[in-house]
Design a protein around this ligand. Structure first.
Ligand SMILES: Cc1cc2nc3c(=O)[nH]c(=O)nc-3n(C[C@H](O)[C@H](O)[C@H](O)COP(=O)(O)O)c2cc1C
Length: 189
């Protein structure tokens, strides 16, 4: 059993995180540990017809955003990594400077200090220099910045085609097999 920490924060595009959890629910080999920020609860209400509880139900284990004593707050709890999808500029900033006053930021900090894979899907536009510097800092610490940028050679027809492409790119980072998009050159390799 592999464990993956999934953080949903309060930027627009919470559907990316919801879809990631939906896909992971169909992969029994991966145990998901979810931490949902208050901001994500707000965007869930504004951008989707999902309730926070229905999203929590997609995860194997749910942790309270304020619970700094949760298992995922410690590096001794073994996980393969963490994905923050979507990642707000506030959560990005907190992660960049180890401002660990909530579980999402703390779990991300632990992921970096343990040299595990941290994937952030930031959503903001345009970006000011501070945002870019925080992304640079996270990259310098070993994190991966994976913006939700669609590719059009996939010829997406629906919004969910676009969402699935980014979710598939996140899963690729953790080498979790999926068929969410058609790969250039074929899906066999
Ligand atoms: C509808 C809505 C959309 C938002 N979109 C973004 C966004 O795209 N990017 C961003 O960085 N913050 C966005 N925010 C602001 C964040 O929710 C806010 O900064 C919050 O404090 C983030 O906290 P969190 O990272 O703990 O969830 C949005 C807020 C709302 C209500």
């Amino acid at each position: 059993m592999k464990r993956l920490v999934v953080g949903l924060s309060g930027s627009s595009g919470v559907i990316f995180g919801v879809r990631l959890l939906e896909v992971l629910k169909g992969i029994p080999e991966v145990e998901t540990h979810l931490v949902l920020s208050k901001g994500a609860e707000v965007t869930l209400g504004l951008e989707t017809d999902r309730t926070p509880d229905s999203v929590r139900a997609l995860a194997d284990v749910v942790h309270d955003h304020g619970n700094l004593a949760a298992s995922i707050s410690s590096g001794s709890f073994r996980v393969m990594g963490m994905a923050v999808v979507p990642c707000s500029m506030k959560s990005l900033a907190q992660i960049a400077i180890s401002l660990n006053d909530n579980l999402l930021a703390r779990a991300a900090d632990v992921t970096l200090k343990e040299r595990r894979k941290l994937v952030l899907v930031p959503r903001e536009t345009p970006l000011h220099l501070g945002h870019l510097r925080h992304m640079t800092a996270v990259t310098e610490m070993g994190g991966i910045i994976l913006p939700p940028v669609p590719s059009f050679y996939h010829e997406p027809k629906t919004i969910m085609d676009i969402v699935d492409q980014t979710v598939g790119k996140v899963l690729d980072q953790f080498e979790i097999a999926h068929s969410l998009f058609k790969r250039w050159g074929g899906n066999d390799a």
